[in-house]
Design a protein around this ligand. Structure first.
Ligand code: SF4
Length: 115
């Protein structure tokens, strides 16, 4: 991952995520390529791997607050352009896990990026 610009509004969420990562290595740290891949299989595998991540909630809070539009964050493919291309996932409905699929409702997740 290159240098990440953290918008001012997302700094508290970024700090919470950073604290949560102090003593935990998430799946995306072991194989970051899948989280930034343009291969549909990689993207879907990355999104599914997020389900088991211990920092999924603060990751999603950060990504939603920051309006991330690249890569997979917290089980959500953040690339709007991919969702505008019906051929990207072979014409099948994309099955990326949404944060709301496996977390209880939270006001912090109501700004989830649209797919
Ligand atoms: S939830 Fe966030 S930190 Fe965890 S594997 Fe997914 S993208 Fe990485």
């Amino acid at each position: 991952m290159g240098t990440l610009h953290v918008p001012k509004a997302a700094r508290p969420a970024w700090e919470r995520l950073s604290l949560a990562l102090l003593d935990y290595e998430p799946p995306c740290a072991a194989d970051p390529g899948a989280w930034w891949s343009t291969d549909p299989a990689d993207v879907e595998a990355a999104a599914k791997a997020c389900r088991h991540c211990q920092v999924l909630r603060p990751c999603g809070e950060y990504a939603n607050t920051a309006g991330e539009r690249h890569g997979v964050w917290a089980g959500v493919d953040r690339e709007p352009s991919r969702h505008a291309d019906p051929a990207f996932f072979g014409g099948k409905k994309y099955s990326t896990v949404r944060v709301s699929d496996h977390l209880p409702p939270s006001k912090n997740h109501q700004r989830e990026a649209p797919l």
